[in-house]
Design a protein. Structure first.
Ligand SMILES: Cc1cc2nc3c(=O)[nH]c(=O)nc-3n(C[C@H](O)[C@H](O)[C@H](O)COP(=O)(O)OP(=O)(O)OC[C@H]3O[C@@H](n4cnc5c(N)ncnc54)[C@H](O)[C@@H]3O)c2cc1C
Length: 311
């Protein structure tokens, strides 16, 4: 069987591409190397998204659930935990090779976001040893942290948003290595109005405990300070791995992202791209830009595949 389009990646961009493809009645397959939902479920499931139109605030995993449900209800074929390894030119079609199978496609949309991503670590004693025993890179669901002492490490929007979620049910402290937060003004205002304790200009030295986290030690103004903690959440960024792209014959920009034209086409005929993986002047990595680019990418893929008389 040949799909009209194979979409690589099931984050907001890939799922939106799938939704649009089905409205055009394209036979559609979406493949993800992990779980459906992309960064929303893998990096910040509990965080509120405040800037997706139509929802004043929606928890990231709920927004992902809605996109997933919509793509499924429109009968996209969806495969999880299957990594795309190559896009090969076949006889008048493209072959998408994964870790499990090879799929035939008339067009391909690359929506792999940041590729395989891993949370950044401090590299301090206790961090690895206590991972899963009170050290986490994601905020667990609220019900699991009621009454705990939570220490959030980080100074960006995501760290503050998660600290605000935790603060509603826990005693929360946020530790940041600088004097100012690197977050939206509205988010910082919310933090200042909350009960969260802030520890600024502080460098994490160790996370302490035997079977479970008991405290975290920081250096502040040349002095060491130990803060009691049941849960330490580390939110200091992500390291992305986009090495796969280099093997796919796709022209990349200097920053290693996909070089797209204004219509989201790439240098390879029938291969389009959208979302965090693409770069162009004025690009912003946001959910709305990812979904907007996905719309363009799939409508162009539709024209490429169906060649309608008006195109
Ligand atoms: C902490 C944090 C908070 C954020 N908060 C907001 C916010 O509040 N509002 C907002 O608009 N934006 C926010 N963003 C940005 C937003 O999440 C991204 O812009 C968005 O997720 C991009 O969507 P995407 O579909 O392009 O990529 P992703 O969400 O990264 O999805 C890409 C998918 O592709 C899969 N994949 C990768 N490689 C392969 C492969 N070889 N084969 C198959 N599948 C593959 C991945 O597993 C992943 O599921 C935030 C980002 C972070 C890190």
């Amino acid at each position: 069987m040949t799909y009209d389009v194979v979409i690589i990646g099931a984050g907001p961009a890939g799922l939106t591409a799938g939704i649009y493809a089905r409205t055009k009645m394209m036979k559609t397959l979406i493949i993800d190397s992990g779980r459906v939902g992309g960064q929303l479920v893998s990096l910040y499931p509990e965080k509120g998204v405040h800037n997706y139109p139509g929802f004043e605030t929606i928890q990231a995993r709920k927004l992902s659930d809605k996109l997933y449900a919509q793509a499924e209800s429109l009968e996209c074929d969806i495969k999880e935990y299957e990594k795309v390894e190559d896009i090969i030119n076949g006889d008048q079609e493209l072959l998408v090779k994964t870790t499990k199978d090879t799929y035939h496609a008339k067009s391909v949309v690359i929506a792999i976001g940041m590729g395989s991503f891993k949370p950044r670590k401090f590299g301090v004693p206790g961090e690895t040893e206590l991972e899963g025993k009170g050290v986490s890179f994601l905020l667990p669901p609220k019900e699991q942290i009621v009454g705990k002492k939570v220490v959030m490490c980080g100074g960006g929007n995501s760290a503050i948003d998660m600290a605000l979620v935790a603060d509603s049910v826990t005693d929360t402290t946020i530790i940041h290595r600088r004097a100012d937060f690197r977050a939206d003004e509205a988010t910082v205002k919310q933090l200042k109005e909350s009960n969260i304790t802030t520890v600024m200009n502080a460098n994490v030295k160790s996370i302490n405990g035997t079977d479970h986290v008991e405290s975290i030690t920081v250096e502040q103004d040349g002095q060491e300070k130990t803060i009691p903690a049941d849960l330490v959440v580390i939110n200091i960024g992500i390291s992305a791995d986009l090495d796969d792209l280099k093997k796919w014959g796709i022209k990349l920009t200097d920053d290693g992202l996909v070089d797209v034209k204004f219509d989201m086409s790439t240098n390879r005929p029938g291969v389009f791209a959208c979302g965090d993986v693409v770069s162009y002047p004025g690009k912003f990595k946001q959910i709305t830009t990812a979904t907007g680019e996905a719309t363009t990418a799939i409508l162009m893929a539709h024209m490429f595949v169906k060649k309608p008389y008006w195109a």
